[in-house]
Design a protein around this ligand. Sequence first.
Ligand code: ADP
Length: 453
Amino acid sequence: MKIQNKIALIFTALCAGIILALSAFVYFFASESISASFFHRLEVRSDIVGHAALQENKSLTSIYYDIKERHLGSLPYEKHRILPDPPDEATRKRLSLPSSFYEAAQSDVPVRYFNRDTSYVVLRVARDNKKLMVVSSALDTYGMQEMGNLKHVLLIGFFIAMVFVFTFGKLFSNEIFKPIRRIIRNVKGINAHNLHQRLVVDPTDDDVEALSRTFNDMLDRLEITFEMQNNFVSNASHEFRTPLTIVSGEAELGMSMPGLPDGAKESFLNIYKEVGKLEHLTNSMLSLAQTGFDGKKEQWEEVRIDELILSVKEAADRIIPENQVAIDFDNLPEDECKLTVNGNLALLKAAFSNIVLNSCKYSDNKPVTVKISADSKYVIVDITDQGIGIPDREIGQIFVPFFRASNTAPYKGYGIGLPLTHNIIRMHQGKADVHSRVGEGTRFTTYLPYKYF
Ligand code: ADP
């Protein structure tokens, strides 16, 4: 989940908690105050009824009732029961109120009890040595209605508030993350081929400015290290090239000398072959250094993959005459646009040669198939061999420079061919997949976007 959504959600959850707590607080106090006022009204009536009951003079009793009716009115479902003080067991059972209720009433303070929406009050009334207990009850229908309304208002208010809080939270976090998103966009555009690019730093004097500056400093250091490493590799490879060409030429000349003993001829041949390998190695290192940095974009052109694969096959025939590489054209797309990529011919040739030559090498020249096809976006080249395979746990490392799998001891190699191939494919916005089983073989699949996609 994006951080800005997370922030909006946390903000909403926090506000939801606060609003809920506040609503509960309001609801609780409103309910307490409504119920306290109702109990009070019930107590007043209870007191009047009690005093009326204690009057022996019947005209006074009716005056009490008259005052009560005229000035106080009656409450919904209002009932009064006059009990002896203390009430006997039979009366208690009839009213089915908790006995603690009557015991508490002994303290001369009105006792309140609420059960199943009904409010009960018990009151002791005493006069001229006569005492009695009044148990009054009534239903606070108005209070219940008020509380119901309050509940609705609070709930609706809560949901409306949540919608507002979430919307504003999103807008707010969106606004805050604007500069971060710009940094992400800029950083995404920086790769090994344009390491000189820097983030735009707005002098806002905040964390975003510090982040951009730190990033730019890191890019400075990376660029210097990258440049130093590439310069070293390309200079060294360049320096090796001329002496190697001379040694190779001399060995060739030596081999063609007339009357040379067989042993010496074989030595020259060995020198020639080994120097050839060294030349291949230095060229690969040079290409690796170059593709890792600027990718030689200026030399890009239209490259037909089928023609390229044919030239790779020709090169393989020259280097390993006994190879059994076969090109499968059965799935070739009819539309030649789907075979044309925009790229550097020499580098692409080096990339596919590496895969094909590896397939021959690691299968001891068993049959290798190269299949060309296309999907809606890529030209796909599958190179399948029946060789030694790559151990499962090592497959992830074969594109790491100088890595060689544990089963390659009998085969010569340096571990730079596939990293170079990988760099080249990525440089062409493509991708490479490897499927392999030890003892069964390996399939390399490369995807290169065709030019007119
Ligand atoms: P190397 O010079 O060792 O062949 P690469 O960079 O070309 O170097 O390949 C890296 C490693 O990947 C090899 O050492 C080998 O372990 C493995 N590998 C590459 N291609 C194959 C293949 N066709 N079959 C088996 N293993 C392979």
